[in-house]
Design a protein. Sequence first.
Length: 466
Amino acid sequence: MKSDVRYKIRGNQLIKICKDTALKIKNYDVDEFEIFTASSVQNEIEIFKGNVENLSFSDSTGIGIRVFKDKSIGYAYTTVLEENNIEDCIQKAVLNSKVTEKDEYNYLPKDEEIVFKNKLIDDSLLFKESFLDYSVEDKIALSKKLEILTLNKDKRITDIENVIYNDSIYETAILNSTGFCDKYKTTSCFIYINAISREKDDTSTGDFFGCGRTLTDLDLDRIAGKAAERSVLILGGKKIKSQKAALILDPVVSTQFLGIIADGITADTVQKKKSLFEGKIGDKIFLSEINIFDDGTLPDGLSSRPFDGEGVIKGKTCVFENGYLKTYLYNTYTARKDKTRSTGNAVRASYRSVPEVGISNFYMESSDIDFSQLLKDMGSGFYVMDIIGLHSGVNPISGQISVGAKGLWVENGNPKYPVKEVTIATDILSFCRNIKKIGNDLWFAPAGGYIGCPSLLIDNIMISGK
């Protein structure tokens, strides 16, 4: 028997909360206001040796209220949606507006600041009704199946460190005093596995994951195969001598490096002088003809939305064109400071926070070069399959990067032997300049947004080994 009670859509309820709250705010002396409501239902499952090690469920709804008075902002939120609690939340927001700093750029989005006037993506692409057909029991069975599939991929796979499944149904609505009132809903699911392989005295691990809008998007056989392959290929790995060499970055790795670049082109980071890309609009950052986009309307993008965290319609922004930095990513506040328009990149972690700047679907455009051709073009070098310690190994201000790496050494375009326990070191701008070729295997990973990158062939990178 299925244990789930089928989820009921809450969008109209969220809109009603917004409208009822707006009527209350009109009794207060404020210049403008914004009401943000959100509902999140999440499941998480952990499987170990065929047993459910952890099973958790959360269901939260809350409201965040921003009020503007004399260029000051007051913010407050509550998860208790009774009338008295919402009234108290409004009062706290108003009181907060009396003590925060005044700023000439503090006001709601205006029509002339918005690039796109009509929604470019529909809920039907973001919310999959079929997602609601799966019970918790179905999700547990799916997770157990992935564990079995992975163990059966190769006799050298001896254990599974863990299988993690999580999913969410997210709904939000925004209403503000300039007349904006809209809502959207999304579904998403994610499954991850880490496989342990052994041969003689050596042990190796390899992980992989899949994600999508509904469970049928999760290709378990491919996930199992990739996790097993990434584990067994490194068995017998050894250090190589320190040298400068060409690298090919697997998409699992290149997406992580692209995430560093993404962090540096958000306008708030630039304006706080914490980015290497400050003052570089119009500069050629990549010597190759590389195009990078932030597209909030990508049909399969897990970070696609009809509008951003302050109600600005989302679209597609070309950040790098033919290697040149064309723009930073903005919300309306940071755009005003740079005398430009919002790119629709206001993000909110939840109703607990005010809009900040962040990426949506941020990706490097792929080429028509397949992976085997990249290997031939490299000749000899290091195919990097995984990196360790990226976040602790990057200084976003100086740009220095030093991370552990493992993968395969390549000679004459053919993989020769596994490599591990080495370090690759470079800096962000050199990394960008040294990209020579781009693969056709664009792959996305959820990481502070949804980041996509193909395999990359990069010249002249320092490898520290023995």
